[in-house]
Design a protein around this ligand. Structure first.
Ligand code: FDA
Length: 520
């Protein structure tokens, strides 16, 4: 009763609520009253913490502008799954769109920014982040609002001999990451995060709670790499933990163009995906202080240095790896390293949800099936040198990734790929946005002859609204086939079928959600 009273006071005192919003508030508050919950779950634009909660997990300053007209009408911060159910039921009833946010790392801000003039609310899952690790059964239940750092921390608390094959950045959210694929330093050995899901719990379009058994294998297939936001609100995942050795070895060596980096990169292109699956070497290209291109070969090996050195001498002797380049550590220390911390930091840093980069960035991705020629690479270096804060991260495929069928889950980029490229440009002054985004788009155009074709594939986890954008700069939903085929290849059709079956009214919508048949 108290809650309803609070809501009506604010309804009376604020004139800016539309009839639709009032309807939603009344519907939601009556649901809350039934579940005897508090008003902390609902944040309105008149709440003093609206802005801080909305901004709390935004990782890309391109979307931080609070004066944009497309801010959420409400933010729901569920403590219990019933709050998600109520939000879905009442949003549907009153015609509000929903954006679901777990870690807020979406490259295009789709979890917290809506289309202009389309009223929407955000369900932010940060309060739903419990993790229960079961070493005996080599599994864990993880709520979607947990971060990868929290997951790795909880596993390490129980055992140093288990890990999970997911991404490097500790503040990435479990919900968006797993539902979009999710790769990390041991994916050549164990596949993607999405390949290691045993069960999941989702609130569907009717507000019903479904698990793997009750949602059926089609929907369970779709949410593992097909992007969760098209299908419902996935609030919990059961994950398969994977064994890791007590000693792992890390190295990072950098060469500049003048030191022969290009020759090494050419060799890496031909062997990176052929290496033993215990060995992951990615290549990071960036502009050095001396205004040349530096290529860092950064590696994690699942074993000790005494085994790594002969392996490297056999497969990549040109790198000249020496024992002194190698550091042995345990799995969780390697997690710290790849998350950007020192391997000597306390593990508690993994629990910090606020530590990462908060500048502006734009990224794009490509898959490479044939080694890029020397001329092609020369043109790439030339373009990199035009943009000092640019990076290219080249991630080798092969190993387990080539063994899993390309239809096993919606993520289709398996055998036949040498490596993936992530193009990234960062900046700190808002007025320079057009300059930097223009640069990365020109680079992407330049790379066309050197990367996968028909389709020119892309990774959903590096969402890119340029894909399928029309000449006026709008992302046209009718052009869904363009990005759909790039992200999912032939799996796109099955995703549309599943979407049509589970959400025929297309309630769970965003600029790149899976459409329903017939495609318009
Ligand atoms: P966010 O909350 O923004 O959600 C992303 C998308 O998923 C949105 O469409 C959202 O609506 C939807 N969604 C989120 N939770 C959902 C839920 N519970 N149910 C249904 N839909 C849900 N990737 C990778 O594979 N390996 C890596 O190492 C990294 N590293 C990395 C570093 C940094 C700094 C960034 C910014 C990003 C990455 N990524 C990555 C990409 C990352 O995996 C991708 O952006 C994920 O979608 C982020 O998930 P969040 O939950 O954080 O994002």
């Amino acid at each position: 009763m108290l809650l309803i009273f609070i809501l009506f006071i604010s309804l009376d005192s604020v004139t800016s609520y539309s009839g639709q919003e009032k309807g939603f508030l009344q519907c939601f508050s009556s649901h809350l009253e039934q579940s005897n919950q508090t008003s902390q779950v609902l944040i309105t634009r008149n709440s003093s913490d609206y802005s801080s909660v909305w901004k709390s997990s935004i990782r890309n300053a391109r979307f931080l502008n609070t004066s944009t007209p497309n801010l959420p009408r409400f933010i729901i911060t569920p403590f219990h799954v019933s709050h998600i159910q109520s939000a879905v039921i009442c949003s549907r009833e009153y015609g509000l769109q929903i954006r679901v946010r777990s870690g807020g790392h979406d490259y295009e801000g789709l979890s917290y920014v809506g289309e202009a003039d389309v009223p929407f609310l955000v369900i932010d899952l940060f309060n739903l982040r419990s993790i229960s690790v079961d070493i005996e059964n080599e599994s864990a239940w993880v709520e979607s609002g947990a971060t990868l750092g929290e997951l790795y921390y909880k596993i390490a608390e129980k055992s140093k001999l288990y890990g999970f094959p997911a991404g490097s950045c500790s503040t990435v959210g479990v919900g968006g990451h797993i539902s979009g694929g999710g790769f990390g330093t041991i994916f050549r050995k164990y596949g993607l995060a999405a390949d290691n899901v045993i069960d999941a719990k989702i609130v569907d379009v009717n507000g019903k709670i479904l698990c793997r058994k009750t949602m059926g294998e089609d929907l369970f297939w779709a949410i593992r790499g097909g992007g969760g936001a098209s299908f419902g609100v996935i609030f919990s995942w059961r994950l398969r933990l994977v064994p890791v050795p007590s000693t792992l070895t890390l190295f990072s060596v950098r060469y500049t163009l003048e030191q022969g980096a290009s020759r090494l990169l050419q060799k890496w292109q031909t062997i990176g995906n052929e290496l033993n699956e215990d060995l992951f070497i990615h290549a990071v290209l960036e502009v050095t202080d001396a205004k040349t291109v530096g290529v860092s070969f950064v590696s994690l090996y699942l074993g000790g240095a005494e085994n790594l050195i002969p392996l490297m001498q056999e497969s990549f002797p040109e790198l000249g790896l020496m024992r002194e380049n190698c550091t042995e550590m345990d799995w969780i220390q390697s997690v710290l390293y790849f998350a950007g911390f020192s391997t000597h930091d306390s593990l508690e840093v993994l629990l910090d949800r606020t530590t990462q980069f908060k500048g502006f960035f734009k990224a794009k991705s490509d898959y490479v099936e044939e080694p890029i020629s020397e001329t092609g690479l020369d043109g790439l270096y030339k373009r990199l040198l035009e943009e000092e804060t640019s990076y290219l991260i080249l991630t080798p495929y092969g190993g387990k990734m080539s063994e899993i069928s390309d239809t096993e889950i919606p993520f289709p980029h398996r055998i036949g790929n040498l490596y993936k490229i992530q193009y990234l440009v960062t900046w700190s002054i808002e007025d320079e946005s057009a300059k930097h985004t223009g640069w990365i788009r020109r680079l992407y155009e330049y790379m066309k002859p050197y990367v996968s074709k028909a389709p020119r594939a892309a990774y959903l986890g590096y969402r890119d609204l340029d894909l399928g954008r029309n000449k006026n700069g709008n992302t046209s939903y009718a052009r869904a086939n363009i990005w759909g085929l790039k992200y999912f290849k032939k799996n796109f059709r099955r995703l549309v079928q599943v979407k049509t079956a589970v959400d025929p009214g297309n309630f769970f919508w965003n600029e790149q959600s899976v459409p329903v048949f017939p495609l318009k």
